[in-house]
Ligand binder design. Structure first.
Ligand code: DC
Length: 226
């Protein structure tokens, strides 16, 4: 699919948990001077609010209302909830698991759709998540689907936590990642699958910088094929 003439370009980067897509997407947005959408943060903010307000992960209607009303904004790629910085609170395993659970509801996904599309403003957008290329921006000018083995992703998450001085257990992290992969990829609504026109990139043996360069090279070819 090609970008419609009236719309700013979108680079859609999708992939499973801990595939490095957040850092890569943010680096690309910064390099190109594009806006950046961390769509997972929206699901995480709704999950955090639901946990704070005792809304159950099965209550689709109440969760959709939360998703519509939530006062979330971003500053330098970091989420603010009602003006309060919630970057670290969003990254706990409790919020990660709750976000994956609430994301199965079509009503929650629908409530977040317009909010995500509103990020598409000039000069362009780098959007990362699970369904950027399939549902939210099906006309993205470039779609990339990042993969890496569950073991490599658990290892990356383990190193991140240890570097921050947070105790971590590699077996537990691997189990959580596999559970989340299964739930994200088998749900009926907007499952984690590559768009038919996505470029698949296995990052298992690549550094963040190598993946960033590879995506930028793909963007340049699409943007300026001469
Ligand atoms: O990308 P992330 O790990 O921050 O996302 C957290 C959860 O939110 C993920 O397990 C599934 C859900 N999510 C989604 O369903 N669709 C998206 N576009 C982004 C995230």
């Amino acid at each position: 699919m090609t970008t419609s003439a009236a719309q700013p370009p979108v680079i859609a980067i999708d992939g499973p948990a801990a595939s490095g897509k957040g850092t890569i997407a943010y680096n690309i947005a910064t390099t190109l001077g594009y806006h950046y959408l961390d769509s997972g943060a929206l699901y995480r903010v709704v999950a955090l609010r639901a946990l704070e307000h005792d809304v159950g992960a099965g209550d689709a209607a109440a969760l959709a209302t939360l998703a519509l009303d939530v006062d979330v904004s971003f500053r330098a790629g970091r989420a603010l909830l009602g003006g309060r910085s919630v970057g670290d609170a969003l990254r706990t395993e409790a919020v990660s698991a709750a976000a994956s659970r609430i994301a199965i509801h079509p009503a929650v996904r629908a409530a977040l759709l317009a909010r995500q599309r509103a990020f598409r403003t000039p000069p362009g957008l780098v959007a990362e998540g699970r369904d950027m290329g399939t549902v939210v921006f099906p006309d993205a000018s470039l779609k990339v689907f990042l993969t890496a083995t569950a073991e490599a992703r658990a290892e990356r998450r383990y190193k991140q936590l240890i570097d921050k001085g947070i105790p971590a257990n590699i077996d537990g992290l691997l189990r959580d990642i596999r559970e989340r992969d299964l739930r994200d990829s088998t749900r009926a609504a907007a499952p984690l699958v590559p768009a038919p026109d996505a470029v698949l990139l296995d990052t298992t043996d690549l550094t963040i910088a190598e993946v960033t360069d590879a995506v930028l090279a793909l963007h340049c070819v699409r943007h300026d094929p001469a």
